[in-house]
Design a protein around this ligand. Sequence first.
Ligand code: 2HA
Ligand code: ZN
Length: 275
Amino acid sequence: MEKTGIFAVECVEGFMRMCNDGWLQGWHERNGGNLTYRMKEEEVEACRPYFTEPGPWVKMGVQADNLAGEYFITTGSGKFFRNVEIKPEESLGIVEINPEGDAWRIVWGLVNAKPTSEFPSHFMNHSVRKAATNGANRVIYHLHATNVIALTYVLPLTDRDFSRALWQSATECPVVFPEGVGVCPWMVPGGADIAMATSELMKTYQAAIWAQHGLFASGPDFDITFGLAHTIEKSAEIYWKVLATGQPIRQTITDDALRAIAKDFGVQLNEAFLD
Ligand code: 2HA
Ligand code: ZN
């Protein structure tokens, strides 16, 4: 079907495609997972003709100076990724951040809805990643990545253990996330505490794991962010298949091999995670 109106704006189209791709991967049971995108100025202008009367300002419980006045596309609280394509105006929307950087208001979509329950975590991650990447980062993606979650029941919950297990389970991993991944212990989702803990990790990492819950991935665009989440989850799946054989691990990618990959691909591996 031909997309029209706001749905023909590339960033809205890309946002919806990513939601559907995540659904098809099996990462978004029921209302699981959420996605936010920090819009470029020209994208805001392309969407502005479709904006509706703004809703009231709603405080977030977190604050960031570097996101004051920004606009985000966000999935809705309690909404299903499965329904994004058929009910977009209820399932997602655009919010504006106030000049103080501590409240949002809806300017389009989210009909009878509000931004994702994880908006505080997304917001703080956006703030940290925007600063860490000189403004390049625009996407924060939370998914219930099955194999990653399962690993949080058997691996020690340290950045080092998870980074090494993932690097060793697929040769592309050290190239895609050379700094490793962060691991957040189990915490109550949806609030300011888990938002602060996650954003602390995101100062160092492009991705953070929530124990017994899921994964947060970040990136400059939908392709890179989805690709990062996909790469991490695939690597976790491979590690599981290896563990599930019950066989001792006969060989893996050695630390010297990891260093050799880093050298050839011109990336800086997190040395703290190498022996
Ligand atoms: O949106 O995934 O973490 C539902 C969730 C909460
Ligand atoms: Zn979740």
